[in-house]
Structures are given as structure tokens and as C-alpha cells.
Design a protein around this ligand. Structure first.
Ligand SMILES: [Zn+2]
Length: 147
């Protein structure tokens, strides 16, 4: 059986979509939700929507049909994001991925050919800026020339 959004939930989502559409200069925005059914393997669902009509109602799981709850952690999308916000999220994730690869490379150099790389929690990179990334590459290149 499909659960229906309450009127309050529909209103809240409509407000978020309207705000995203109004803020976004581009012709797309993103909606995300997750399926919390224990009988379904789908976790997060990300929808890129056209900025044309106001036709999107509630989102349902593509596998089990249950109403999706708002937000999709694995995509970094809280519920509704403008195209610009979504692009910023994906760019940040890309910088963080590269920064964490550089940390892993350094740890591999320092710890040798161990199958298990020991990493401190403080060495997990998040929210890395382009300047910080550039500095990390500079450090790596300097350690390469000293090796
Ligand atoms: Zn589902």
C-alpha cells in the first residue's frame, strides 16, 4: 500500500521546490529521497527535474512504490537543491576524493607496502578548498623530489 504525503509534507516540498526554481538560473533542479522499507533494497534516489512545470508531486521508490522520505545522504542532497547547489556538492566531493587519495598515497609511502593503511580520523579530508588541494599537490611533488 502506498503511503500518501500529508498535506503539510506536500506543502513543505512545494515550498522547497518553488524556492529552488526561483533561485536557479539553469533549467534543472534536484530532488532526493530515500526508501526506509526494510523489505526493499533501494536506498537513495536522486531525480534531476526540469525547471518547466510544477508537476512533481511526491516521490515514490522506483522498486517498491513506497513514498520516499526526504534527503539522500549518499548523493549529499538534503531534499531539494538548485542546479548550482548540486554542482557545488559534486565539485566539493571531487576535491575531497582527490585530497583523500593524496593522503592515502602519502600514508602508503610512510607505512610501506602494508595491506592495511592506518589513518587517523584527523587525516580524513572534508570540505577541501582548491588552495588546500594545490598545497597538498605541492607537498607531494616536493616529497617525490626528495625521495
Ligand atoms: Zn523501496
Amino acid at each position: 500500500m502506498l503511503e500518501k504525503d500529508t498535506q503539510q509534507q506536500q506543502q513543505r516540498r512545494s515550498e522547497l521546490v518553488r524556492a529552488a526554481r526561483a533561485k536557479s538560473a539553469t533549467a534543472r533542479y534536484y530532488l532526493a529521497g530515500y526508501c526506509d522499507s526494510t523489505r526493499c533494497d533501494v536506498r537513495d534516489v536522486l531525480v534531476m527535474a526540469k525547471n518547466h512545470l510544477e508537476s512533481i508531486g511526491e516521490l515514490h521508490c522506483p522498486a517498491c512504490g513506497r513514498r520516499l522520505l526526504s534527503g539522500a545522504h549518499s548523493f549529499g542532497v538534503r531534499g531539494v537543491e538548485t542546479a548550482e547547489q548540486y554542482d557545488a556538492i559534486t565539485h566539493q566531493r571531487a576535491r575531497d576524493d582527490v585530497a583523500n587519495q593524496l593522503v592515502n598515497e602519502r600514508l602508503r609511502r610512510e607505512q610501506g607496502d602494508s595491506p592495511l593503511i592506518l589513518k587517523q580520523a584527523s587525516e580524513i579530508k572534508s570540505g577541501v578548498t582548491l588552495d588546500e588541494l594545490q598545497a597538498m599537490f605541492r607537498d607531494r611533488d616536493q616529497s617525490d623530489t626528495h625521495a
